[in-house]
Design a protein around this ligand. Structure first.
Ligand code: NAI
Length: 253
């Protein structure tokens, strides 16, 4: 796919990986529709995309709310008149052991609310946005690409029952959608990042972060631009579909 003048939607585009991918693609002439819960962050990201030389618009919306996401994708399609890509990137963490035991007692359990919050955003949100993007692409007759952002945790990370299950789920959707949408000229890929320097990982305890970095064979965390350049590569390579690309410095959980 040619990046210049294509229209790409990025969820969670207000900060972190979403914003980094938006700026990177803007510099290559992509028009961006950025979705996030945080309007101020969105405005900053839109300004950064414009400064990088392209068009961008902000849409404040919760990816987990079906009605809102339907309206938002319709508005994006009306505003830009085409849709060529979606990066399903919005995600949250609610980490904790399923059952925490100390001094002979169960001291904490992962609550249903912690489980459900992550499922709603990281799995249901990806389904809803993927469905809406595919609906408009197919109806318009636009060729395009959907990228699901998973995580190395899809393999199963301690303390992340909710997050690991959701990320395994969005990885499973990649070959399903690739097979279903190929006839419409739509490719579907996933990226499973390792630990990348963003606000999300900055919120981890310093001690945990240090221990984790020491275990990465390349001995450093990844940079948001390294995920952004992977996304651009996926958009541009027309024979990539139905697969995951792991960008993790050789770390294995
Ligand atoms: P982040 O927390 O810095 O940014 C996430 C963005 O998503 C925020 O702007 C937030 O407002 C937005 N968001 C959250 N819930 C939303 C909702 N319901 N509706 C709309 N927007 C919402 O996170 P980061 O690090 O940029 O992560 C982006 C994606 O990459 C996530 O899916 C995350 O799971 C994944 N990832 C990140 C890794 C890392 O090391 N940073 C590693 C592996 C995966």
């Amino acid at each position: 796919m040619k990046l210049q003048d294509s229209v790409i939607v990025i969820t969670g585009g207000g900060q972190g990986l979403g914003r980094a991918m938006a700026e990177y693609l803007a510099a290559k002439g992509v028009k961006l529709a950025l979705i996030d819960l945080m309007p101020e962050k969105l405005e900053e990201a839109v300004a950064a995309c414009k400064a990088a030389g392209s068009e961008a618009k902000a849409y404040t919306c919760n990816v987990a709310k079906e009605e809102d996401i339907e309206k938002t994708f319709k508005a994006i399609n009306d505003d830009f008149g085409q849709m060529n890509g979606l990066i399903n990137n919005a995600g949250i963490l609610r980490d904790g052991l399923m059952v925490k035991h100390r001094d002979g007692e169960i001291v904490k359990r992962m609550s249903l609310a912690e489980w459900q919050a992550v499922m709603d955003v990281n799995l249901t949100g990806v389904f809803l946005c993927g469905r809406e993007a595919a609906t408009h692409m197919v109806s318009n007759g636009d060729q395009g690409v959907i990228i699901n952002i998973a995580s190395i945790s899809r393999a199963g990370n301690m303390g992340q029952s909710n997050y690991s299950a959701a990320k395994a789920g969005v990885s499973a959707l990649v070959p399903v959608w690739a097979k279903e949408l190929a006839r419409h000229g739509i490719r579907v890929m996933g990226i499973a990042p390792g630990f990348i320097e963003t606000e999300m990982t900055a919120s981890m305890k310093a001690e945990a972060l240090e221990k984790m970095t020491a275990g990465i064979p390349l001995r450093r965390m990844g940079k948001p631009e390294e995920i952004a350049s992977t996304a651009a590569f996926i958009f541009e390579n027309d024979y990539l579909s139905g697969r995951m690309i792991e960008v993790d410095g050789a770390l294995r959980l």
